[in-house]
Ligand binder design. Structure first.
Ligand code: GP9
Ligand code: MN
Length: 407
């Protein structure tokens, strides 16, 4: 009922970190936002090499440049809804559900999502994804949260040469998207969802520019080839944006949507990274790339704050100089000094500044050592995590935002 929203509102306004504008407020004011959701990309790929060849030469260089801010401790927070969960978290700064996909089960709820907010600030908003529009119920959800345009598979030309497996390859996807992107009124917010680096990570051999890894897991072995392909596709996309005259006035945000290598491949992954995968390392493997590229920016580099998908919405709004005191988010602007101090996973695991907690074990974040259970070091944050996940579920199951006045 509507009495519940009161407590939740005060929690979201007062206890999820600073809501004041940060140092980066307005740093990308009026710019277009090109948001690239990179399928299944995890941080093990970044700076990795197979037989002396870099897997992601473009992304490696990009993150080193002064025009890019790279958050090396950025965690995905998705559950069974995979890509759709990552979209939901980014758009709403709410948590996904612990089973199913919110995109399917609660697509008709009242939300206060990023595209709706951007529309009010005169942005044209769109999504590009070369797959069936009803996959993950996107057509319904996108309509509800007010994206202006959705370019699905019928907007692309698929041939036997430019597609395999899941469909259109990323290189063709970006190339064919450019004419549509040019049609957008500026400023625009456009989300691109890639597909090539998707399980089972099979790439036609003549398109592979890196060897496979050699381990007991075909999945892990093959993943380097599709990752390399997608890295090349993103590199080409940057060039195409420049040629189209769209680069200078845009910021480009790159994010991995969720893990690609599941825990069934822990043995092979452990060999690859050179350490055994215990609970601590399993959580660390949930880090995915998050880079903000701002053409002309001179103060980029690596940042080590503990951040996650829940923080993306407030961060982007802050960068664009859009302040909305009534918005309700569980995340915090990544550039804020005063942060909430933890990233919660859907199963109750978490990463805080000092600890990593999962499967009932509390680890020291820096050393990876188990903390003596008697100390209950993780207990205070655990309570907050459980409360926050419960609040998020209450909002979704009760459709509670319909009782809250965002204006
Ligand atoms: C499908 C694509 C992949 O459209 O987003 O979905 P996933 O299996 O990663 O959730
Ligand atoms: Mn995905």
């Amino acid at each position: 009922d509507d009495s519940q929203i009161g407590d939740i509102e005060s929690y979201m306004k007062n206890e999820t970190g600073s809501k004041e504008p940060s140092e980066m407020f307005g740093a990308a004011e009026g710019k277009n936002v090109i948001f690239v959701s990179i399928e299944s990309f995890q941080n093990y790929l970044i700076d990795s090499e197979i037989n002396g060849t870099e897997t992601t030469p473009f992304l490696n260089d990009l993150k080193e440049g002064q025009e890019t801010i790279w958050f090396e401790n950025f965690y995905h927070q998705t559950a069974q809804g995979k890509t759709s969960d990552s979209e939901f978290i980014v758009e709403n700064s709410l948590y996904p559900l612990d089973r199913g996909s919110v995109y399917f089960t609660h697509a008709q709820n009242d939300y206060h999502a990023l595209p709706e907010m951007l529309n009010k600030s005169d942005y044209e908003t769109s999504v590009f994804h070369a797959n069936n529009k009803s996959f993950w119920n996107r057509d319904v959800m996108y309509d509800n949260i007010a994206y202006d345009e959705f370019y699905g598979d019928e907007s692309y030309e698929e041939t036997p040469e430019n597609s395999f497996g899941w469909g259109l390859e990323d290189k063709a996807f970006f190339e064919q998207s450019i004419p549509y992107l040019k049609e957008q009124d500026q400023p625009f917010y456009s989300k691109f969802i890639t597909l090539t680096h998707h399980f089972p990570f099979e790439l036609p051999e003549d398109k592979a520019n890196i060897d496979k890894y050699d381990s007991g897991s075909t999945t892990l072995n093959d993943s380097f080839q599709t990752a390399r392909y997608t890295d090349e596709a993103v590199a080409e996309f940057f060039e195409e944006l420049k040629e189209a005259g769209l680069y200078e006035d845009s910021i480009i945000v790159l994010m991995g949507d969720h893990y690609g290598i599941s825990e069934f491949h822990n043995k092979a992954m452990g060999e690859f990274i050179g350490k055994e995968i215990d609970g601590y390392e399993h959580i660390q493997q949930q880090r995915v790339p998050f880079m903000i590229h701002i053409p002309g920016y001179e103060d980029g580099g690596v940042r080590d704050e503990v951040v996650g998908q829940i923080d993306v919405k407030p961060t982007l709004l802050n960068l664009l100089g859009i302040e909305d005191k009534n918005d309700l988010t569980f995340g915090t602007d990544m550039f804020a000094d005063e942060r909430k101090g933890f990233i919660a996973m859907r199963d109750g695991s978490f990463v805080s500044d000092d600890h990593i907690f999962t499967d009932g074990i509390c680890y020291d974040r820096e050393s990876g050592e188990e903390v003596d259970p008697e100390e209950e070091a993780c207990a205070p944050v655990r309570e907050k995590v459980d409360k926050e996940l419960q609040y998020s579920d209450d909002i979704i199951y009760g459709d509670l935002f319909r009782f809250y006045d965002f204006d």
